[in-house]
Design a protein around this ligand. Structure first.
Ligand SMILES: [Zn+2]
Length: 325
């Protein structure tokens, strides 16, 4: 269907999608075409996605073992599907990342956990998650957890806790990507101080265009770029436009703004499909991503710039941070 796009921008990489948790909770099969979700394996392949970050998310629960059980159930679900599915490969090392040759029938998935609540304050849980294939951790969701405060608690001015600092240090040793989306500003600046590898904001936009606590200031955007990281543009309506109702043009405006502040090496896709209630007009599910790239190309942006945006920037960070074997 989108074969031309597959060959012109390969691989497309999306830095954030909540499909797995939704599929598990609704008893749906990720490997089959679904109608209730924004994404599934079939549509990801149709869209020309070569690498998808699959975030495992569960709402904060005061009982940390409940959070951990949920995350483990999602991990068991996705590994179970990958075991019997030749079109799906879980990325564990840099050798597993997609190469330059398009593979229209092969999706690589990088497993991520959104919110460190499930760690329950224990570093061994982080190491266990790593053994189970998790390669990216969004330190907090919007709530406070044992690592740091999320954006809901920004007034506290609290940064990384001692445990949070231990976690990012251990992630550096293991080869896991630190994700600052949802993190409070004080936590963000602690990450900038304590993390030497490139880090990402997997699904965040620009506060200058849309004043929302989940969005990034120019200083934060520049800081992520200075560290060699990437900001994934998010399709969540209230993060794109203050009215809460967004379309393809709002998405393009954030991309162009982030390019101006961060440079073309540091912007990518972080759709948040299946983590958002409403999708922007013109981007109703993952198969519409090629339309976004076509719209950017129609504005005269170079092929090189769009290749970086479509996937090469996220790929560069994963090459740098993930273990080589
Ligand atoms: Zn999120």
């Amino acid at each position: 269907m989108h074969k031309s796009t597959i060959s012109s921008y390969w691989p497309i990489v999306d830095g954030h999608m909540d499909t797995i948790s939704i599929m598990y909770e609704s008893d749906l099969d990720f490997s089959r075409r679904q109608t209730q979700t924004h994404s599934d394996l079939v549509r990801l392949l149709e869209a020309g996605i070569g690498l998808q970050v699959l975030a495992l998310f569960t709402r904060p629960n005061s009982n940390k073992s409940v959070s951990l059980q949920k995350i483990l159930s999602y991990l068991e679900y996705i590994h179970g599907i990958a075991d019997g599915e030749p079109r799906l490969q879980i990325v564990k090392t840099t050798a597993d990342l997609p190469g330059k040759t398009p593979e229209p029938d092969n999706l690589r998935a990088l497993l991520a956990v959104e919110g460190g609540d499930c760690l329950g304050g224990e570093l061994w849980v982080l190491r266990l998650l790593y053994r189970l294939g998790v390669r990216l951790l969004t330190l907090t969701w919007s709530n406070r957890n044992q690592l740091a405060d999320g954006v809901w608690e920004a007034d506290s001015k609290g940064g990384l806790t001692r445990f949070g600092r231990e976690v990012v240090q251990e992630m550096g040793k293991l080869g896991m990507v630190v994700d600052v989306s949802h993190l409070s500003p004080a936590g963000f600046w602690d990450v900038a101080k304590h993390v030497s590898d490139p880090f990402v904001a997997s699904h965040s936009n620009a506060v200058e265009l849309c004043n929302h606590p989940r969005n990034l200031t120019d200083e934060q955007i520049k800081c992520i770029a200075d560290h060699g990281g990437v900001i994934g543009v998010c399709f969540c309506g209230p993060h794109l436009a203050e009215s809460g109702r967004a379309n393809l043009d709002h998405v393009i405006a954030h991309i162009e703004y982030l390019w101006r502040v961060a440079g073309e090496e540091h912007v990518g896709l972080g759709t948040d499909y299946d983590g958002i209630n409403e999708t922007p007009e013109g981007l109703k599910d993952v198969t519409y991503l090629p339309k976004l790239l076509e719209a950017l190309a129609a504005r005269g942006y170079s092929h090189t710039r769009l290749e970086k945006f479509a996937g090469a920037n996220f790929l560069r960070v994963f090459q740098e941070v993930l273990p080589s074997d």
